[in-house]
Design a protein around this ligand. Structure first.
Ligand code: SF4
Length: 498
């Protein structure tokens, strides 16, 4: 039997995975872990210790509340609560991330995307959840907030004020793998990263505030469970400040991975492929095709541009499928021209910028990214529009390459998506294991298919989102939205700050 030496705060889900796969887990204290891990290649992930049968997983999980292998894994804690008599347990609510729905069929020996999102919702209801919500709703909220934030940053840059606390370029923030790299290795870039919470955490906050208020349930009586493709989402949920309804009441209590859910369903004889179509609960169960796109590399960018373009131009994006940011290339880039309507605030700013521009490029000297002050904002076709330069980094290796180029000034972008896992969440560490080398491409295609089949393909057209802003949140990026849907980052990482 091989041994995994795990940091004593190692995520319980990973310890559980290791035990299921017949590894012996030997937890060791932090200092000893660091001493032993320091002799390993520095990249996070798994590494073989040369000439030694011991296999070491370098602790990538930072902020789990787990205290070692004796801690009950989160999937088990969720099941324990579900299995209690209904009148003795909390109200059990779950949410399901985009990438889960295309990969869960593989747990039943079927190709990606074979079972439907409706069947998945039905399986969770049969497992005992009282309400089944869709993380697509959280993704649509993310786009509303992130799109609006991008517009604010563009406006302040057009006002020739690019060095405020919301500078450009703006980086996406929904991936905890990227946020961990940012905090530990690129703390100078923190102001450039969107302050939006991830879809998981936005939906968790809405459940424990908006839903709790609407249904008259105490947030303390809700157990919120996320089904995620990701082994970092529990660590994200465990950040101390993700308690929107009050201190100590977590927005997300437990995270179960796709692979764990597959095992649970099979163990409970819930045969997903044979289930009828189920429904998602409301008001947090409606999502758009843009929300589905969060499940793969380039998808967040595509979803964001569908909304940001319309916010600036007041016209729908002419082409919804942005092939330039699709596929599995390591770094993808494109430009989007946006012409604001005459008389709009944006049109005024662009015109003023055109006058002021003449030879006054405002390179951000001394800042962490050598941005050119939006020199290419003015499109060269005489229409006085903006040319937004965007890039997508597929996996952390490519992200580092891209950041090096941006820091040296070799390339300049205004909006950048970074996802830590190659292929994005469809390739997440919590997905079912596969020997098929094309599996992530197949899962990605299944994501594109779901988007194509969606009745609503733009986040801002989601009626449930419109209702939430009208009845509860107020304006996107407004005070209440900011309080519930935005976050902050910790230079050096959460562990270093403890
Ligand atoms: S890309 Fe990977 S680390 Fe990032 S959210 Fe998706 S599954 Fe998690």
């Amino acid at each position: 039997m091989q041994t995994i030496i795990a940091h004593s705060r190692f995520q319980t889900s990973r310890i559980d995975w290791a035990q299921q796969h017949h590894y012996m887990v030997a937890p060791i204290p932090c200092c000893d872990f660091r001493r032993r891990a320091s002799k390993l290649p520095s990249a996070p992930g798994r590494a073989e210790l040369a000439g030694n049968p011991t296999r070491v997983i370098v602790a990538a999980a930072a902020a789990s509340t787990a205290t070692g292998p004796v801690a009950v894994p989160h999937w088990k804690q969720a099941l324990n609560e579900l299995d209690k008599p209904k009148d003795e347990r909390k109200v059990m609510i779950c949410q399901v991330a985009p990438a889960v729905r295309v990969a869960i069929s593989e747990c039943f020996g079927l190709a990606p995307g074979t079972t439907t999102p409706g069947q998945l919702a039905e399986s969770l209801r049969r497992l005992g959840f009282d309400m089944v919500f869709d993380t697509l709703y959280g993704a649509d909220l993310t786009i509303m907030e992130e799109g609006t934030e991008l517009i604010h940053r563009l406006q302040s840059s057009l006002e020739a004020n690019p060095h405020n606390d919301e500078p450009l370029p703006m980086f996406t923030s929904c991936c905890p793998g990227w946020i961990a790299l940012l905090e530990k290795s690129y703390p100078d870039l923190i102001p450039y990263v969107s302050s939006c919470k991830s879809p998981q955490m936005m939906l968790g906050a809405m459940v424990k505030t908006y839903l709790a208020e609407k249904r008259g349930i105490s947030p303390n009586d809700i157990c919120m469970v996320s089904i995620m493709p990701c082994v970092r989402k529990q660590g994200e949920a465990d950040r101390d400040w993700f308690c929107s309804s009050g201190a100590g009441v977590r927005d997300v209590d437990h995270v179960i991975t796709t692979a764990e859910l597959g095992s649970i369903l099979k163990e409970r004889n819930i045969n997903l492929p044979e289930l009828p179509e189920g429904n998602w609960d409301q008001p947090l169960g409606t999502g758009s095709g843009a929300g589905v796109m969060f499940g793969t590399t380039g998808g967040v960018m595509e979803a964001a541009l569908r909304t940001a373009y319309e916010l600036v131009t007041k016209q729908p994006l002419p082409r919804l499928n942005l092939s330039e940011v699709r596929g599995m290339d390591g770094i993808k880039e494109t430009e989007i021209k946006m012409v604001p309507p005459s008389g709009s605030k944006f049109a005024e700013l662009v015109a003023a910028r055109a006058v002021a521009k003449a030879g006054s490029e405002t390179t951000a000297n001394g800042s962490a990214i050598k941005w050119d002050g939006g020199a290419d904002f003015l499109s060269d076709d005489g229409a006085n529009g903006l040319t937004l330069r965007v890039a997508v980094a597929n996996g952390l290796g490519n992200a580092k390459k891209l950041l090096t180029k941006m820091q040296s000034g070799e390339c300049k972008y205004d909006f950048v998506e970074i996802m830590a896992c190659p292929a994005g969440c469809v390739g997440g560490g919590g997905q079912p294991r596969s020997t098929d080398k094309q599996i992530t491409t197949k899962r990605q295609q299944a994501i594109y298919n779901l988007d194509e089949r969606s009745a609503i393909r733009r986040s801002h057209e989601n009626p449930a989102i419109q209702t939430a802003y009208r009845d509860f949140l107020g304006e996107p990026n407004g005070p209440k939205a900011h309080e519930l849907l935005h976050t902050h980052y910790v230079p050096g990482g959460v562990e270093a700050a403890e």
